[in-house]
Design a protein around this ligand. Structure first.
Ligand code: AMP
Length: 416
């Protein structure tokens, strides 16, 4: 039996890298006042149909949806924002002080064609700030994401920044865009023709060169921005300047989902050489209705953790791997039991050691300990046992010394 197509097992030592990435997220986000939410992987299908939008690829073709034994339609979460919004409403979290600052880390599921870097079960690290419409919240969320990526070791981070305006800005723009594209429909791909009907802004996202050329003459969203949206965006840019966050205006950057409003962003690491964004997202409305039906605005992001781990700089990867523990090797009558007891004694005293239990010869055990990356081998033979000492061998220099049994842990934890 093999794992389901598009899913995979994460194994040691690679899992140590994942743990380090997640620990860094937890530490950085906590520093900005964020708390972790853990929502179920399983939600009512309706949550995503309403929250993400029927016209999106996610809802249209990528959801793992099934009827449970009582015929209820359930879906494995394809994204994290709608579940967080549901939890906020369900638990009345927005009745407390605002803004709410929440982050999540976990598996998400989309039925996509598996290819390099794309999985059917994938992992996202996301954050949502809910309940404050001001540009300072946008600035702080973006700064937090940059800080996180910086601490992961990514260099030359640049925020690609745009505004898609508010609903009024977008409605005017959408109309102008459709008016421009409709007579040119024949030059569009089948996909874009479909989008022209249900989600014309998404056409701006196109990768096709021909369509990009066609769009050069298209109306610009900027010309449709309301005064409020323009002020919001200018203030955000001023704040990012003051925070020392590098950004670049990217007018083509749009987010297809209807709930995006105003600020949208992506972050690229120019140090990576690749132009693929590490992540992006933006400000949204219409997800959390609380306080008497009042709509709470939010801003957030969701990073694909699979990709983050794949492109993690080598130096960070090395930092993430825990140091190999020293190895207690038994000799003679002492046996595995004696090694087990000494190892437990040393661990209790705070040293990082494992016992050699494989019944290997002394030579083979030393070789294996070296290969594991351990710094010391702790040899316990009959003589050592009788004398109450341990022979500590430095696996790099080959140097050996005898240390009183009760002093070993202190000697090791002091750095050897
Ligand atoms: P999205 O919710 O589509 O904006 O995706 C947010 C992030 O999740 C992206 O930057 C991707 O890195 C990641 N992601 C989305 N779908 C997948 C997938 N099928 N496999 C791996 N990563 C994914």
């Amino acid at each position: 039996m093999r794992s389901v197509k598009g899913t995979r097992d994460l194994l040691p030592p690679e899992t140590a890298v994942w743990q380090w990435v997640e620990a860094t997220a937890r530490r950085v986000f906590a520093g900005y006042g964020y708390g972790e939410v853990r929502t179920p992987a399983l939600e009512p299908t309706e949550l995503f149909v309403r929250g993400v939008g029927e016209a999106t690829d996610i809802v249209g073709k990528q959801m793992y949806t099934f009827a449970d034994r009582k015929g209820r339609s359930l879906t494995l979460r394809p994204e994290g924002t709608a579940p967080v919004a549901r939890a906020v409403v369900q638990h009345g979290l927005a009745h407390g002080p605002l803004p709410l600052k929440l982050f999540y880390i976990g598996s998400h599921f989309r039925y996509e064609r598996p290819q390099k870097g794309r999985y059917r079960e994938f992992h996202q690290i996301g954050a949502e700030l809910i309940g404050d419409p001001g540009p300072h919240s946008d600035a702080e969320v973006i700064a937090m994401l940059v800080r996180f990526l910086d601490e992961l070791g990514f260099s030359d981070l640049v925020v690609l920044l745009n505004t898609v305006g508010d609903e009024r800005s977008r409605a005017g723009f959408r109309e102008a865009l459709v008016e421009y594209l409709a007579p040119r429909r024949a030059e569009l791909s089948a996909e874009s023709r479909r989008r022209l009907e249900d989600n014309p802004l998404r056409i701006l996202d196109t990768k096709s060169r021909r369509e990009r050329r066609l769009l050069e003459g298209a109306p610009r969203l900027d010309d449709h921005l309301t005064q409020e949206s323009r002020v919001h965006f200018d203030e955000l840019r001023g704040l990012l300047d003051r925070l020392g966050v590098a950004y670049r205006r990217e007018p083509r950057l749009v987010r297809g989902l209807d709930y995006y409003t105003r600020t949208v962003f992506e972050i690229v690491s120019e140090g990576l050489g690749a132009q693929d964004p590490l992540d992006g997202r933006g400000r949204k409305v219409g997800l959390v209705e609380e306080r008497g039906g009042e709509d709470l605005p939010g801003i957030g992001f969701a990073i694909g953790e699979d990709r983050l781990v794949e492109v993690l700089p080598e130096a960070s990867r090395e930092r993430a791997l825990p140091p190999a523990p020293d190895v207690v090797i038994p000799a003679g009558e002492v046996g595995a039991g004696g090694a087990l007891v000494l190892a437990e004694e040393l661990r209790r005293a705070g040293a990082g050691v494992v016992a050699e239990l494989g019944g290997r010869s002394l030579r083979a055990a030393l070789k294996q300990a070296s290969r594991s990356g351990a710094r010391h081998a702790l040899l316990l033979g009959d003589e050592e046992l009788a004398a109450g000492v341990v022979t500590v061998k430095d696996l790099e220099t080959g140097e050996q010394r005898q240390i009183a049994r009760e002093e070993v842990a202190r000697w090791l934890t002091a750095g050897g």
